[in-house]
Design a protein around this ligand. Structure first.
Ligand code: ATP
Length: 240
C-alpha cells in the first residue's frame, strides 16, 4: 500500500532523515519507535506532503506522492493526525469534524453519514457534540482529532503520538480504539512513545535512530526481546 524508499529530508541545513525505507501493507498496524529527535514525526510529515524529501521516493497505491501537496495527499487517501491534536478550540465537536471534509467535495448526506459513523466509534463525542473544542479533556480532544482525520475517508491513517499526555486509563482506551479501527479494516501507521502498548497492537515495528532505520521486525519478536525494550525504555519511553 505504502512504500517509502531511501528518503532523505532536511530542515534547512539540518538533515533530519538520512535514509528511511519502510513499507505498510493493507490491514496492518505499523509502529515507528525511537528516541526523541530520531525522525519519526518527520517521516510522517514527508509522507503527508508537509515536507518534501530531498532524495528517495514515496509510493502510495502504486503512485508517487513525494511531490504532492498535503491536500493532494489527503485526496489520495492518507490522513495525518499530527502530534498535539490541533483541535479548533472555538468550534464545536460537530464543526471540528466537518473541518475534516474540507479537502473533498461531499454531499450533506455523506457528511451526516460519516459523522454518524464516527460518533459510533467514539460514543463520548456524541455526548459532547455541541461543546466547544476548548472545553474537552485531552483524551476527548485526541478522539476528536482522530475522528476529524477519519472524515477524510482515508485508506491509511497516520497517528503521531496519540497517547501523549493522557492519563493511563485513557491511554489504554486510546489503544483499544486504534485496535478496533484496525479490526474494521483501517490501515494504521503509528508513532508512539509507549513501547509495550504499541507493540501489543502493532503487527510490525521500525526502530529509528538519528534519521535511519536501525531495526525492523514483527512486534511479537520485539516484545520478547528484552534488550530491545530496555534500550528504548532506558531512553525514557513509556512502560505501561
Ligand atoms: P519527537 O519524539 O521528539 O517528536 P521524532 O523522532 O519525531 O522526535 P523529529 O521531530 O522528526 O523526531 O525530528 C528529527 C530531527 O529533525 C531532530 O533532530 C529535530 O531537532 C529536527 N527537527 C524537527 N523539526 C524541525 C524543524 N521544524 N526545524 C529544524 N529542525 C527540526
Amino acid at each position: 500500500m505504502l512504500k517509502v524508499h531511501n528518503i532523505q529530508a532536511n530542515y534547512g541545513a539540518v538533515c533530519a532523515l538520512h535514509d528511511i525505507s519502510l513499507d505498510v501493507m493493507p490491514g496492518e498496524i505499523i509502529v515507528l519507535l525511537g528516541m526523541n529527535g530520531a525522525g519519526k514525526s518527520t517521516t510522517l510529515k514527508a509522507i503527508s506532503g508537509l515536507i518534501h524529501p530531498a532524495r528517495g521516493s514515496i509510493i502510495f497505491q502504486d503512485k508517487p506522492i513525494d511531490r504532492m501537496s498535503p491536500e493532494q495527499v489527503v485526496r489520495m487517501g492518507i490522513a495525518h493526525v499530527p502530534e498535539g491534536r490541533h483541535v479548533f478550540p472555538g468550534l464545536t465537536v460537530r464543526e471540528n469534524l466537518i473541518m475534516g471534509t474540507s479537502n473533498r467535495r461531499v454531499s450533506h448526506r455523506e457528511t451526516e453519514q460519516d459523522i454518524e459513523r464516527i460518533l459510533h466509534i467514539f460514543p463520548d463525542l456524541k455526548r459532547l457534540y455541541t461543546q466547544m473544542g476548548w472545553s474537552l479533556s485531552g483524551g476527548q480532544q485526541q478522539m476528536l482529532a482522530i475522528g476529524r482525520g477519519l472524515m477524510a475517508r482515508p485508506q491509511l491513517l497516520m497517528l503521531d503520538e496519540p497517547s501523549l499526555g493522557l492519563a493511563p486509563v485513557v491511554v489504554k482506551q486510546m489503544f483499544r480504539t486504534i485496535e478496533e479501527l484496525n479490526r474494521e479494516g483501517m490501515t494504521i501507521l503509528l508513532v508512539e512513545q509507549n513501547v509495550n502498548l504499541s507493540l501489543r497492537i502493532a503487527h510490525r515495528a521500525y526502530l529509528l535512530e538519528t534519521g535511519r532505520i536501525i531495526r525492523t521486525d514483527r512486534s511479537a519478536n520485539l516484545l520478547q526481546d528484552n534488550s530491545f525494550k530496555s534500550a528504548l525504555l532506558g531512553a525514557g519511553h513509556g512502560v505501561a
